[in-house]
Design a protein around this ligand. Structure first.
Ligand code: PLP
Length: 428
């Protein structure tokens, strides 16, 4: 049998850090990352044959649980008809129509392969449409790893405490204005100074890459209003929240209070396959090639196997699935809070629909500075105690917990049973 340590050692000789995405290396929790070979329903199994209840769920896509039968069948059927054509397929239109039917702000949609591509293209489109150069983003928001978006980003960068990335030129970084989240004065000030140069404000629909930090009531509407008053666009990034926190994503939960110009999707929309999308107002979307002057393309854009997974996932994600996700989030977060209370650990918990996370501080954080001011050192002990008890949590305190509709009583019991000792480990 291969051990996780052997798999990691072998990987490190061939792959930088042994991983293809930094947070997988367990850098902020220590220890040996698990190497997985299979995942079904609520469980994921490592090379040593141990199965864990999974609260990462591929960082979001697996809302139905892993290897949902209808998704696997759709993927197998599509694969049997050919893996990639580099030409249009009817399935792409079907998926686009499904997105349109769930998100009223989206009148047209373009399919790409990753969330990074979706946000990168959205920004190019905003710049092309407005003929302006500057972008406003919020500290602690993560929109993928394209050059201009790595300034004070969350996710892996929060975990690794990196302000940005080497290799991003000063000229590129200077075109991104980073301001504190949930701060209306900062928005007003940045528009007062740079208003006629700002192409767009990009915001996570509800921030969930520094842990969950929801927009204060009315904040997203204020962004839309201010951007529009200054001739700029609002890009709402739903890569993480879209089709997860509800059938219409976070925009569905805030229905009607504002209209973004461009919306980006990823994760759930691809059902676990490499697929993402950007959509929005038709006149803006028509600025993309071949109709418009803003170029975007992709050999694997709208890949038929990925599209099949996306369609099957969205079709299966009915109201009963979202009810199960909400119930699972409620049960698990309540039990976690009770375990921290009993162990005397100071914490706060925030929810964006069924997404939630805990911060080791008593006040609920509203921005990145406040998120960073917590007893993050408590998380590794908590994480490893849960892992030892057979529960796989995100390997960083700066990430949301992802439930799936496959969490049955047995899987949930395992989580609830593990929590008290893990909370005591966090207290130590
Ligand atoms: N935007 C948000 C809000 C995300 O959470 C992520 C990834 O976690 C991305 C964009 C980037 O997506 P991808 O990892 O598919 O490039």
């Amino acid at each position: 049998m291969t051990t996780n340590q052997q798999a990691f050692d072998r990987a490190r000789a061939a792959i930088p850090g042994g991983v293809n995405s930094p947070v997988r290396a367990f850098g902020s929790v220590g220890g040996t990352p698990r190497f997985f070979v299979e995942a079904k329903g609520a469980y994921i199994t490592d090379v040593e044959g141990r199965s864990f209840v999974d609260l990462v769920n591929s960082w979001g896509p697996a809302i139905l649980g892993h290897a949902h039968p209808s998704v696997i069948k759709a993927v197998q059927d599509a694969a049997g008809r050919g893996l990639s054509f580099g030409a249009s397929t009817p399935g792409e239109t079907e998926l686009a129509e499904l997105i349109l039917s769930r998100v009223p702000a989206v009148q047209k949609v373009r399919l790409v392969s990753t969330g990074t591509e979706a946000t990168m293209t959205a920004i190019r489109l905003a710049r092309g449409f407005t003929d302006r150069d500057l972008l406003v983003k919020f500290a602690g928001h993560y929109h993928g790893h394209s050059d201009g978006l790595l300034a004070e980003a969350g996710s892996g960068l929060a975990t690794m405490a990196m302000p940005g990335s080497a290799g991003v030129t000063a000229a590129t970084a200077a075109q991104t204005l980073v301001i504190p989240y949930n701060d209306r004065d900062a928005i007003t000030a940045v528009f007062a100074e740079f208003g006629d140069r700002i192409a767009a404000v990009i915001t996570e629909a509800a921030a969930a890459n520094m842990g969950v930090v929801t927009p204060l009531p009315g904040f997203n509407a204020f962004l839309a209003e201010t951007a529009h008053a200054n001739g700029a666009l609002l890009i709402v990034d739903e890569v993480l929240t879209g089709f997860r926190v509800g059938a219409g994503g976070w925009l569905g939960l805030e229905a009607g209070s504002y209209t973004p110009d461009i919306v980006t999707f990823g994760k759930v929309v691809g059902g676990g396959m490499p697929l993402a999308a950007l959509g929005g107002r038709a006149d803006i979307m028509d600025y993309l090639a071949p109709l418009g002057p803003v170029y975007q393309a992709g050999t694997l854009s709208g890949n038929p196997v990925a599209v099949a997974a996306g369609i099957a996932t969205l079709k299966a994600a009915d109201t009963s699935v979202y009810a199960r996700l909400d119930a699972a989030a409620e049960t698990i977060s309540t039990a976690t809070a009770a375990a921290f209370d009993a162990a005397g650990v100071a914490y706060s918990v925030q929810y964006a629909g069924n997404l939630f996370s805990f911060a080791f501080r008593s006040g609920v954080p509203e921005n990145y500075e406040q998120v960073k001011a917590q007893d993050a050192f408590r998380y590794p002990a908590f994480f490893h105690a849960m892992l030892d008890a057979g529960v796989s949590l995100p390997p960083s305190v700066f990430e949301a917990w992802f439930v799936s509709a496959a969490l049955d009583d047995e899987a949930t019991d395992r989580i609830l049973t593990a929590l008290p000792a893990a909370a005591r480990a966090a207290a130590a």
